[in-house]
Structure formats: structure tokens, C-alpha cells
Design a binder for this molecule. Structure first.
Ligand SMILES: [Zn+2]
Length: 433
């Protein structure tokens, strides 16, 4: 007995005129004598759907028929297999998959794993942050697929609008890219960890010791720095270089990013939130949302308290970076060209600092928005304070604004004043696919 290979299309939906659109394609293989159940199990496994809580509808189209045919028993499975065997063409008769929720389980368990990272931004003020939105798709292959991301992005746009120099950083899950680009036409960047994971899977020479070179390259501030490192990559495996080039340097390397992505090189922040909610995801929807509310409430308060107790001019990481740069600024030679422009010599290299434009040729001053070591050397020579040369975003007062609105507790459910029309309404999950 042989096997048959075929294409499955998923994450898409059927239009009124029987076309399956907006899908993702994958190939699978199944034994010729496989039953309908085997097929469903295999497809669910491939696209990451848990059949305890979901149902799959498998449809395909044949020539001359407008409406698709559905496979929902062994007989129809046999028909499909014989069609595929006759066709011999691998891409013919793709199976289009739609996922729906098992009604009986709606109140038992939900896999609403969407980007909770956005909740945090929704909870706080977005005015006093860099407009960088991190979206994590590590659990998107649950019940709701990309629906939640789409819905959330819509709400997000409604709440925050389009900001100047806004960008999205994600693990580049196709559903996220699709959902985001439907709502926003802004640059979409990759998480460097996820991208490198792909490279390591594809190319064996890209072992762990080589990872450091890639991360350094992704985080490089100068093109010359980037090019040096890329030469090393090319030397070890040109295929890796080609892959990274094809992925688009602007997608993963800070130096090529068309909009400042600051220090956000990974989707860690969103993954961390997902990690904190692993247990909560087992809960029914109300309890799950309450867990999220409590967690963000707690974090909001903690960050607010920490900002009010900060007596340095800058907060946390920015303060540490500022101190580190100050330390590095020792033993540099500064020569003034004008009131603002200075050249700074350090270990045989020359850097040009412009205090007026807040730039340095090392590019850290303008990217990090705090004085780099070279700018520090100039400030010291001129007996100037570093404060006006740091972004206001790092000030404790700015952070206080971000966390100014507490996430208030909800009264007990028994005390809710619920209008009858709401109480009597039965809500079902969206019919999304
Ligand atoms: Zn510099």
C-alpha cells in the first residue's frame, strides 16, 4: 500500500461565491487506506488544532462543480483518494480546511491564545512610549487562529490610531503579518530569535557558537559593523547569507530598519506574558480574563511605584546605559570643530558628534536617544549636563504617566447590575472561518 500526498489550505475562509481565500498552504502525506478519522487527525496535527475542542471541515473542489465537496465519512475519503490517484498531480484537489469550536465545550475550555502583549499597552498610556507593538504568535494555531489578532488590531487602531514612526515586531507568523497589514500599513519586523531558529533548522553549519555573530549583526548600529559580521557568515556558509538576504535585512537588522525599532529586537515581551498565563489558559473565558486583569493590574502598580521611587534622572535600563557610556567615555580625545560639532578619537577610530542634532557617527546617540560614550566625552569636556541630550521617554515622570491609570478591580459577579437583555443573551464564539 502506498501513500498519497496532497495540499491543505488553512487559516482561510470561503467566500459567498465558493472561493477559499486568504489561506496558508501546507503539504501532507497520508496512507492510501487511511480512514476519514485518520485524515482529520493528520490534518489537525499538521495545523495544530486540538480536536477535543474543535471540529474540522474538509472540502475540495473538482472541475465542473461550483460548490465544493465535503469529506465527512470513510466513503467520501475513498472517493477523494481515488481522485487523487488518478490525478497524479500533487497540487490538484487541495483540501480547504475550516475550523470551528465544539459547542459543548464552549464553557469548558477555550484556547484564546492571542497576543496578550497588546493588552498591556491598551491598559497603559501609549502616548509616552515608543510606538513599537510586539505581537506574539506562538499559540496562534489554537481555536481562533488569526481572528483575535485581527480583532485586537482593529481595537488597537481605534484606541491609539496611527502613530508617527510606528512599527510591529513579531515572530513573523503569517497570520499575524496578514492581520496586522490589513489594519495598519506600517513596517513589520522579525524577532531575531525566531528568525535564527529557522536558520538553524535549515542549515546545519549554523550551530549555536555561530549564533552570537548573528545576534551581533542584528543589533549592529553601523553598516560597516554589519558588513564585517556578514563576511564571517558568508565565509562559513553562503546559503545562510542568501537566506538572510532573502528574508530582507530591513526585517531583522537594526541598522537597516526603516523605522527606529529601538532595543526591541525580539518578541520576548509578548512571550513572557504568554508564559505567565500558561496555567490561566486552562480556565473558562471569564476567569482567564480576570487573571489577565489582575496580572496587568499588579504590574501596572509595581511599575508606577518603581517610577515614583526613582530619584535618578533616567529610569532602569536607560540609566544603566547612560552610566556605562559615561565610564567608556574616559580616555577619549575631543577636538571641537564648532560649538556643536566635535571629532572624538578613541582607540585609533574617529567619531563625529553633533550636539545640536544629537547624533554621532557610531549611530548609538540617535538610535538609543541617550548620549553614547563619544557624546559623553564631548559633554564632559564642555561641562554640560547629559539630561537635555536624553529622550524624555526615559524620565521617571514619563513612566509615571504611562502607568498613571490603575487597572481597577471588578466587583464580585453577584453584585453586577446586569440589564436583562444582556443576561438573557447567549454568546457564542465568532463564526470566523
Ligand atoms: Zn558615538
Amino acid at each position: 500500500m502506498g501513500s498519497i500526498s496532497f495540499i491543505i489550505k488553512h487559516y482561510g475562509h470561503w467566500t459567498e461565491d465558493n472561493c477559499y481565500v486568504d489561506y496558508t498552504t501546507e503539504a501532507i502525506m497520508i496512507k492510501e487506506y487511511a480512514s476519514y478519522k485518520d485524515l482529520v487527525d493528520e490534518v489537525a496535527n499538521q495545523i495544530g488544532v486540538d480536536l477535543r475542542y474543535n471540529r474540522l471541515k474538509l472540502k475540495y473542489k473538482i472541475e465542473g462543480s461550483i460548490a465544493p465537496l465535503e469529506i465527512h465519512n470513510d466513503m467520501e475519503m475513498r472517493v477523494y483518494v481515488s481522485l487523487k490517484k488518478e490525478a497524479r498531480e500533487f497540487a490538484k484537489y487541495p483540501i480547504c480546511v475550516t475550523v470551528s469550536v465544539n459547542d459543548r465545550d464552549i464553557n469548558c475550555k477555550n484556547e484564546y491564545e492571542e497576543d496578550v502583549g497588546m493588552c498591556m499597552i491598551n491598559g497603559g498610556s501609549f502616548e509616552s512610549c515608543k510606538p513599537i507593538v510586539v505581537v506574539d504568535g506562538s499559540h496562534l494555531r489554537g481555536t481562533y487562529n488569526g481572528t483575535f489578532v485581527s480583532a485586537r488590531m482593529e481595537q488597537f487602531r481605534e484606541a491609539h490610531g496611527l502613530k508617527n514612526k510606528m512599527c510591529v515586531v513579531s515572530d513573523r507568523n503569517e497570520s499575524i503579518i496578514k492581520a496586522v497589514s490589513r489594519i495598519y500599513n506600517i513596517p513589520h519586523y522579525a524577532c531575531m530569535f525566531h528568525l535564527w531558529k529557522n536558520v538553524k533548522t535549515l542549515y546545519k553549519k549554523s550551530h549555536d557558537s555561530f549564533s552570537e555573530v548573528f545576534y551581533e549583526m542584528a543589533k549592529a548600529y553601523k553598516h560597516s559593523e554589519f558588513n564585517e559580521l556578514m563576511k564571517k557568515v558568508e565565509h562559513v556558509d553562503i546559503k545562510v547569507k542568501n537566506y538572510l538576504e532573502l528574508a530582507g535585512y530591513d526585517k531583522w537588522a537594526r541598522v537597516y530598519a526603516t523605522v527606529d525599532r529601538g532595543t526591541v529586537m525580539t518578541s520576548n515581551i509578548a512571550e513572557c506574558i504568554n508564559g505567565c498565563l500558561v496555567k490561566a489558559r486552562e480556565l473558562p473565558i471569564y476567569d482567564f480574563l480576570e487573571e489577565i486583569r489582575q496580572m496587568f493590574g499588579r504590574w501596572n502598580f509595581k511599575n508606577h511605584t518603581s517610577a515614583s521611587n526613582t530619584f535618578t534622572t533616567r529610569c532602569g535600563k536607560a540609566q544603566a546605559m547612560l552610566a556605562e557610556n559615561e565610564e567608556l567615555s574616559l580616555h577619549m580625545t575631543v577636538v571641537a570643530t564648532s560649538n556643536y560639532v566635535h571629532s572624538v578619537r578613541h582607540e585609533g577610530e574617529t567619531f563625529i558628534v553633533c550636539l545640536e542634532k544629537k547624533t554621532c557617527t557610531c549611530r548609538r546617540f540617535q538610535v538609543d536617544e541617550i548620549p553614547c560614550s563619544h557624546a559623553w566625552a564631548v559633554l564632559k569636556k564642555k561641562f554640560l549636563d547629559s539630561e537635555p541630550y536624553c529622550s524624555d521617554l526615559y524620565k521617571p515622570n514619563t513612566l509615571l504617566v504611562t502607568y498613571a491609570n490603575p487597572i481597577n478591580p471588578l466587583p464580585d459577579r453577584k453584585d453586577w447590575n446586569m440589564p436583562a437583555y444582556v443576561e438573557n443573551e447567549i454568546f457564542k464564539p465568532p463564526k470566523f472561518k
